[in-house]
Design a binder for this molecule. Sequence first.
Ligand code: SF4
Length: 253
Amino acid sequence: MPEIIINDQRIQAEEHKPLIETLRKQGIEVPALCYHPALSPAGECRLCAVQAVYPDKPAQIKLSCVIKPVEGMEIHTDNDQVQRARTTAFRNLAKFAPESTKIRRMAEKHGIDMGPPPDECIRCRLCIRACRELVGANALKIEKRNGTRYIVPRAGNRCIGCGTCASICPTGAIRQEDQNGLRVIYIRDEIIGQNPLIQCESCGRYFATPKFLSRIEQRTGDHPHVKEHHRYCPTCAKLLSDRIKSASRMKKI
Ligand code: SF4
């Protein structure tokens, strides 16, 4: 049995077996996804990287599922070089499987920073600009959290629940959910705004939030028809408006 040094400890290694077997036997946790003891090693996931120092050779990063113990070799399983190699390997795997919680959990367990989880937001700021420039609510901002920029709601419950940000978002990262008379606007699992919906006085459909309607009222001045019909959904308001128009035409005839 070859004698090797693992993390400054001399041990008798498993002869003719991949190094990862010795490491595991010693209770050293080495991440690996493509290794199976019943199959020939492939070194595809590259997570099981270790630093190996062969006698009279410089230190190198090697895959512990591929190399076999050699008398006098020195192995490090948790230094900066190993962490760097594993970080690269974890991030490469996450590119293939960005939704995999298993990969993220494994990386976390091994102290690897995987960066922010994908949230579909491309940081184009269309939502922020639309909310400020078109709606006038200014309910969104960009904020740095753990070194990464995120779209987040501004403090003060400013969202009026108009849904413009959800409609204009080019990747669908912002969601609008209308349920049981409530409109909730989300990004990731974070609530941007939560507003009750009111029902159309004609058809009974939930269609808009009171805050949004009062914003429309403020912006549209004193147009008599708009004021008069502001509790109707767009479809019913249109029908009513058409009826009023044709009634006034009839009067003129
Ligand atoms: S739903 Fe809220 S956050 Fe989105 S544009 Fe309207 S006011 Fe702004």
